[in-house]
Design a protein around this ligand. Structure first.
Ligand code: DX5
Ligand code: ZN
Length: 246
């Protein structure tokens, strides 16, 4: 697997002091910030949108390389993912990770706010994200089989291929849920075919569950409550990293 990338989810940070929380977690050793965007439609919870990302971005240095320290890894738990790409690029998002289920959902076109961007193919959306200078990620929920990703990953056109795959290890929507080990065969199947792919796991990761995820081949580790709920977040970040890097 590629080296560990530890991405604390700021969903569990103090929203009243979010800029400071972002800067602190980076200085405690985090590589990326995982930014959970929820619209109350794709998932039954809401967080915040591009205006908040714009305000917190200056609190953390922009990454120097594609996957550098300080990468804003925006996990878009939203319907109509194509609609918000430009706003998030302008806000300082570095990696725009959309849900496969939202990209292919034709029912999104029935919403009153529907635009021609409501339905899009994953490969078109990935190329569009790349065209705006961001990395592209594709996420799947627990009920979605990993098989939907093979065509997308095997695409010979480089700009249509994702830079990262996110395997959800909880139902998206809330922090602090229990880790679903049932999702790890998806990670192992991906890792077997793609030794160099960034494979992210999100939901219920902690010192207790990290070994299983690392053994399956995950290298990008999201952790919300385990990091922000810790007395010593730096120590948790270090332990997660050691479990992946060995
Ligand atoms: C859940 C979010 C996660 C969440 C993880 O929908 O996508 O990023 O913050 O929180 P923990 O690590 O507490 O499960
Ligand atoms: Zn997330």
């Amino acid at each position: 697997s590629p080296p560990a990338i530890i991405a604390p989810s700021i969903l569990s940070a103090d929203f009243a002091a979010l800029g400071r929380a972002c800067a602190d977690t980076i200085s405690q050793g985090a590589d990326w910030l995982h930014v959970d965007i929820m619209d109350g439609h794709f998932v039954p919870n809401m967080t915040f949108g591009a205006p908040v990302v714009t305000k917190i971005r200056p609190h953390v240095d922009r990454p120097s390389g594609a996957y550098g320290k300080g990468t804003f890894d925006c996990h878009m738990m939203i319907a109509e993912p194509k609609r918000w790409v430009k706003d998030f690029q302008a806000a300082g998002c570095d990696l725009y990770c959309f849900h496969y289920e939202a990209a292919i959902d034709s029912t999104a076109a029935d919403s009153p706010s529907a635009t021609s961007t409501a339905k899009t193919s994953p490969k078109e959306l990935i190329a569009y994200i790349h065209g705006l200078g961001m990395q592209a990620g594709i996420a799947i929920k627990p009920k979605t089989p990993v098989d939907v990703l093979w065509d997308i990953l095997e695409n010979p056109v480089a700009e249509e291929r994702p830079d990262m795959v996110l395997i959800m290890t909880v139902e998206p929507g809330f922090g602090g849920q229990s880790f679903m080990a049932s999702e790890l065969p998806k990670v192992a199947a991906l890792r077997q075919k793609y030794p160099d792919l960034n494979i992210e796991v999100d939901g219920g990761l902690s010192e207790k569950t990290i070994d299983q995820a690392a053994d399956a081949g995950a290298n990008v580790i999201v952790a919300g409550s385990a990091v922000f709920g810790a007395k010593d977040p730096g120590e948790v970040i270090q332990k997660l990293r050691e479990a992946v890097d060995g």
